[in-house]
Design a protein around this ligand. Structure first.
Ligand code: CTP
Ligand code: CA
Length: 228
C-alpha cells in the first residue's frame, strides 16, 4: 500500500485525525458552520494509512469519500467532536487536529424551527466551546504522545502561530496563510510548521497530500525522539 518510496514508518502506530468543520445547531434545521472542506484532514488520514498506521478519522460534515483503510467516526458539533477525539486519543501515538472547530455555539437549540413573529429579530446568544486541542495537550495519556494543531491566519502567520503553539501546549502547529485562493476548498496548501523547540519548517505550495506527508515526517521524528 505504500506509495512510491514512502517508508511504512507509522506501522504499529495508532493516529487520530480530526477533519472538516463543526456545525452548531440553532434549531432542528439550522446551524452555524464554517467553510472547511475536510480535504487536508482526509489527506492526512490517507497518507497515514499509506505509511502503515491504524487511523481513526473523526470527521465533521465532510462531502468526501472515506479514505480506504481509515476508521471514520462521523460527528456534527464541537461537543461531539470532543467526545470522539478524547476517546480515540486514549491509546493514540499521535493526534492531529486538522478540523475547524467552532469557537462558539448557540447557548440553546430551539426545540422547533425558529419562526418570524413580526416583532424584532431574535438575538442569538453564544457560549464558548471546549478547546479540544488544549485539553488533549494538557491531559496526555503518555508523555510521548505527539499532538499537532492547525492554525489558519490571514496575517502575521508565524507570530500568531508561535503564540498559539504556546497557549495550546501542543508539540507542532501547522500554520497556513489563508487568502489568495489558497487553503480553504482548494486542492493545494502551503504552510510553516512550528515546533515547541523553536524550529520552523517551511512546506512549499503543493497538493494537500504533500503537506500531509511532511507533517507525518515531523511527527515520526518526534515519536522517535522521546523514549517510551
Ligand atoms: N481547536 C480545538 N478546539 C476548539 C478550537 C480550535 O481543538 N474549540 C483546534 C483546531 O482544530 C486547530 C487549533 O485548535 O488545530 C487552532 O485553531 P484556531 O481556530 O486557529 O485557534 P483558536 O484558539 O480558536 O484561536 P482563534 O481565536 O484565532 O480562532
Ligand atoms: Ca478558532
Amino acid at each position: 500500500l505504500a506509495r512510491g518510496t514512502l517508508a511504512a514508518d507509522l506501522t504499529g502506530r495508532h493516529v487520530v485525525v480530526s477533519a472538516g468543520g463543526t456545525r452548531e445547531a440553532l434549531d432542528p434545521v439550522r446551524f452555524l458552520g464554517n467553510r472547511s472542506s475536510g480535504r487536508q484532514g482526509y489527506a492526512l488520514a490517507a497518507t497515514a494509512v499509506a505509511r502503515g498506521a491504524r487511523v481513526t478519522l473523526v470527521s465533521a460534515n465532510v462531502a468526501l469519500p472515506a479514505p480506504a483503510g481509515a476508521d471514520v467516526i462521523p460527528v456534527t458539533s464541537a461537543v461531539e467532536m470532543r467526545e470522539a477525539v478524547l476517546a480515540a486519543a486514549a491509546d493514540a501515538d499521535a493526534v492531529v487536529m486538522a478540523a475547524a472547530v467552532a469557537d462558539f455555539r448557540p447557548d440553546t437549540k430551539a426545540a422547533g424551527k425558529i419562526k418570524k413573529t413580526g416583532g424584532p429579530p431574535p438575538t442569538i446568544t453564544l457560549v464558548e466551546n471546549p478547546d479540544i486541542l488544549a485539553e488533549l495537550s494538557r491531559n496526555r495519556p503518555r508523555k510521548d504522545q505527539v499532538i499537532v494543531g492547525f492554525a489558519a491566519e490571514t496575517e502575521n502567520a508565524v507570530a500568531y502561530g508561535r503564540d498559539k503553539l504556546q497557549r495550546k501546549g501542543c508539540d507542532l502547529i501547522v500554520v497556513n496563510q489563508v487568502g489568495e485562493g489558497i487553503a480553504f476548498g482548494t486542492p493545494d496548501n502551503e504552510a510553516v510548521v512550528l515546533d515547541r523547540d523553536g524550529r520552523a519548517v517551511e512546506i512549499p505550495r503543493g497538493p494537500k497530500e504533500n503537506l500531509a506527508d511532511r507533517v507525518w515526517d515531523l511527527v515520526v521524528e518526534r515519536l522517535g525522539s522521546v523514549s517510551k
